[in-house]
Design a protein around this ligand. Structure first.
Ligand code: PLP
Length: 276
């Protein structure tokens, strides 16, 4: 699939994995689109649907955020001018492949200091022109979009396993799940000690009386950190299955699955990720 092709592959396919540990399936949200990959389109779809013609957008992100290129691609495709406010005043459009890609899609990049970025986050992403799309594409539209992941599953699995950063994806899934659902959720946090996110997700699960395990020990040192063994393991997985795993999120989910005994049908949500 070429990155200039729409529509996306939706519903995303559910594929069986040959794994001795359990009856393991993988929901290939990574196939939704090469750039607007995985949970990115789940989060952005509703946002783009509510925009007026050519309405300008301002969005926000770190220099390694997969959200920025996804938003840049989608804005160009749907004909909206877009500005990306990036954390790090020392950077420019040539600092990495991801920022260069955003620039190539026509995103206007503004680089601001970490402290200015922190206050923007604290104030709720205000002070810029156009429709504001929060960091990571978060918002009600994102929760609804991520709920589609659950709705696309034909049978309830015994276990649902997925990576987490801000917790938006799992919150959307939980919102779409029925009260007292028997599926157990396993959340693999890519961020070490994400206490606020964890509390919110656990609260939502307990309101619905859904059993949820928050895994805070398979982060390999925290967000953006990994070991050579983790990479080697992900590469072996890719060689065996043809399914790529980026190290921040899904490689860590794979490491979790290998070290955990789960009984019954297990569905791993491959939340995508792009290597620039
Ligand atoms: C590939 C990938 N997987 C998982 C996540 C975590 O998603 P969330 O922040 O919704 O928990 C992200 C971050 O958006 C991501 O880029």
């Amino acid at each position: 699939m070429k990155s200039d092709q729409f529509p996306f592959m939706l519903p995303s396919p559910l594929e069986k994995l040959n794994f001795e540990g359990c009856d393991l399936w993988i929901k290939r949200d990574d196939l939704i689109h090469p750039v607007v990959s995985g949970n990115k389109w789940r989060k952005l779809q509703g946002f783009f649907q509510m925009l007026g013609t050519k309405e300008p957008i301002t969005t926000f992100g770190g220099a390694f955020s997969n959200h920025l290129p996804a938003a840049a691609f989608a804005a160009k495709y749907f004909g909206h001018p877009i500005m990306g406010v990036v954390r790090g005043e020392e950077l420019d459009a040539t600092s990495n492949g991801l920022l260069a890609y955003c620039h190539s899609q026509g995103m206007i990049l503004e680089f601001i200091s970490r402290s200015a970025y922190r206050s923007l986050r604290k104030q709720g992403w205000i002070g810029y022109e156009g429709r504001l799309l929060p960091e990571g594409g978060a918002g009600l539209h994102a929760l609804e979009g991520c709920g589609e992941i659950w709705k696309e599953l034909v049978h309830d699995p015994d276990h649902l396993v997925l990576a987490s950063g801000t917790g938006t994806t799992v919150l959307g899934i939980l919102a779409a799940m029925p009260y007292l659902c028997k599926t157990r959720i396993h959340v693999i946090s890519a961020v070490k000690g994400a206490l606020k996110e964890r509390a919110k997700v656990e609260q939502q699960a307990s309101l619905k009386q859904i059993v949820l395990h928050w895994e805070d020990e398979v982060h390999f040192g925290g967000f953006g950190k990994w070991s050579p063994a983790l990479i080697e393991n992900a590469e072996m997985f890719e060689q065996a299955t043809g399914i790529p795993l980026e190290p921040n999120y899904n490689a860590k989910v794979w490491a979790y699955l290998q070290r955990t005994n789960l009984e019954g049908k297990v569905v791993w949500i491959h939340t995508g990720g792009v290597r620039f």
